[in-house]
Design a protein around this ligand. Structure first.
Ligand code: AMP
Length: 591
């Protein structure tokens, strides 16, 4: 297959923000792809060569890519550099330059997918002394034969910033449509959730149909997409939702890890499926010494402890120190304990479809508590008074709140999904004010006065999984300290775009725009109806949106969350409806 077919599809995807339209563009395209190439096509559409849980080594530094663009085009370096300063997007620079380049390519060959993959694999695998030169050479060779559009996407791919906006759920919809199995969409999603590998799902579907997809199982060594929690503002509501009786657990303020234990050792994955094994040697050690079976997948929260007092420390604090001291010293100075709270697989048993009490039981039987490994503190409650008591002790013990968990027959591990089988209740939810949100940076305003030369405020958004859009919800200007303000430009630079992302729905202007990537935790005083923001627009009457009032950054960068895992429009609407300042009749009369 020719790479040009992919580039043309990406260009079409980029011209729309409608998830439905993207789905139909992709479905039509997938139909034309041979089963043997579909896996790679799907990865490439996400700007990758591998499934999510394999650490990508494809990314090239901007300067290296510029060098390849100059070499392939034979245009003066200063000219290409100037263009880059103006455009900010290397893909756009490569496209422009390719259309203007000195025509010396008499022997140029059309780019096949196979050749693109070969060269990208070479770039990924280049190691040692001459690796930079080798990478530049491999990219130059592709650019030499590429059309302007192909150049755009080749460069985007090696920067690691594809920007076509084909989220996994859109790709799954498109696969279901193109193979005529829309009614089996749930099975396709489950296969993706248990394998975290969209390429495997696509290839099984193309080769063996829906039967192949149903055969994809939970496997040690392949992370499962995490179950997520909903929230409710009071213990009374939580108990009501969970049938009057539920398990409560401490909500530890750390980093979630999914541990895969086997004869080969332990692998730790983050909620974003990154391999964290090397970051927590102490946790690996604890898991190995406490495990009694053959193989297992368990989940828990890693929390640093203060050596002197034994108290749990907020993770953020340690992240700051780590920057100062370096990893090794941090591990010594702040040992980490893991608090296990779930078990997805024990030996031969896939437990993801079993009720929570059974999973907890399997976890307690399969592992032994020790100094560095504990089971999350749990209590079964039947009244709000009991729950409040447990909540108070969670706070006293240094936790950020509690997790309420369903004990019902259907309390499965809902892979990759948010739902009311787990409900979080944090200290900031008490009362109708002060709720916290995980919001995505989509724009920024140039600072003035004391913030001259820095960003003065950020434009923040929620995510709407239904439409795939990001929707603005507030301008965030407070809660930043000087250190963070200084770090912000560097953090955001690689996500800069020349205008609003095509995935962004906005009525706001901004001085700088960014692709949705960075998630910040923000406290807000209230959710209100707004004519200027677009959050929850699809769920509200025409022209209305929701806004978070008096937003304040809590200091937490949620780098454990991707932009798609930020607070959703529906959650925000629930919060708006749940506010005691909004009377029931007002909330339901309006929406
Ligand atoms: P949030 O990050 O605010 O959406 O809250 C959900 C997160 O709480 C999970 O992803 C875990 O990292 C964390 N957590 C802490 N303690 C528990 C627990 N006992 N059960 C489940 N999740 C927990």
């Amino acid at each position: 297959m020719l790479y040009e077919e992919l580039a043309t599809t990406y260009d079409r995807l980029e011209s729309t923000s409608s998830r439905l339209e993207m789905t139909s563009i992709l479905a039509e395209f997938f139909r034309s792809v041979d089963a043997s190439e579909l896996r790679q096509v799907v990865y490439l559409t996400q700007g990758k060569l591998n499934p999510d849980h394999v650490t990508e080594k494809l990314g090239m530094a901007d300067k290296m890519i510029l060098k390849a663009i100059v070499d392939a085009s034979r245009l003066p370096e200063s000219y290409v550099n100037d263009l880059w300063m103006k455009e900010g997007d290397l893909g756009a620079v490569a496209e422009r330059v390719t259309s203007e380049r000195v025509q010396t390519n008499l022997f140029s060959q059309p780019l096949t997918l196979e050749r693109v993959i070969d060269n990208l694999r070479g770039i990924e695998g280049a190691e040692g002394k001459n690796s930079q030169t080798k990478r530049i050479r491999l990219l130059t060779s592709l650019l030499h034969d590429a059309s302007p559009l192909e150049s755009r996407y080749l460069c985007r791919t090696v920067t690691g910033r594809m920007r076509v906006g084909a989220a996994a759920m859109t790709i799954l919809d498109a696969l279901a449509a193109s193979f005529g199995v829309k009614e089996d969409r749930q099975d396709i999603e489950r296969a993706f959730n248990v394998s975290s590998d969209i390429g495997t799902v696509a290839e099984s579907l193309a080769r063996d149909g829906i039967k192949g997809v149903r055969g994809i199982e939970v496997q040690v060594g392949r992370p499962v997409r995490s179950m997520l929690a909903e929230r409710l503002p009071s213990m009374e509501e939580i108990l009501k939702k969970l049938g009057g009786r539920c398990a409560l657990e401490y909500k530890y303020d750390g980093i979630r890890v999914q541990a895969h234990i086997s004869g080969e050792g332990v692998k730790l994955y983050s909620r974003r499926l990154e391999d964290l094994t090397d970051n927590f040697p102490d946790v690996v050690e604890s898991l190995l010494s406490s495990f009694k079976g053959q193989e297992a997948i368990v989940e828990g929260e890693c929390v640093p402890v203060d050596l002197k007092t034994g108290r749990l420390l907020p993770f953020q604090e340690v992240a700051h120190r780590r920057r100062k001291f370096g990893m090794e010293e941090a591990v010594k100075e702040y040992p980490v304990k893991i608090f296990l709270f779930d078990c997805l697989k024990m030996d031969d048993d896939d437990l993801t479809l079993r009720p929570f009490p059974e999973r907890r039981d399997a976890m307690e039987r399969g592992l032994e508590e020790g100094e560095g490994l504990l089971f999350s503190r749990l209590e079964i409650v039947e009244s709000a008074a009991e729950a409040e008591g447990f909540f108070e002790s969670a706070l006293v013990d240094g936790c950020e709140g509690i997790m309420a968990k369903s004990l019902a027959e259907n309390s499965v591990y809902r892979t990759g999904n948010r739902g009311f089988l787990w409900i979080k209740y944090k200290k900031d939810y008490r009362g109708d004010l002060n709720d916290s949100f995980d919001l995505v940076v989509v724009g920024a305003y140039t600072g003035k006065g004391k913030r001259k030369g820095l960003y003065g405020a950020l434009l923040m958004a929620v995510h709407d999984p239904e439409s795939g859009a990001f929707q603005t919800v507030c301008k965030l200007g407070s809660g930043f300290d000087d250190v963070f303000l200084g770090e912000l430009p560097g953090m955001l630079e690689q996500h800069r775009s020349s205008g609003p992302s095509h995935l962004l729905s906005t009525r706001m202007e901004a001085d700088h725009w960014f692709e949705p990537a960075i998630v910040l935790e923000v406290m807000g005083a209230e959710v209100s109806v707004s004519p200027t923001h677009t959050a929850a627009t699809g769920l509200l009457p025409e022209g209305s949106g929701l806004a978070v009032r008096f937003p304040r950054f809590t200091g937490k960068v949620r780098d454990d969350k991707s932009a798609e895992q930020a607070t959703t429009a529906a959650e925000l609407l629930n919060m708006y409806r749940g506010q005691t300042s909004v009377s029931d009749s007002e909330a339901s009369a309006k929406f």
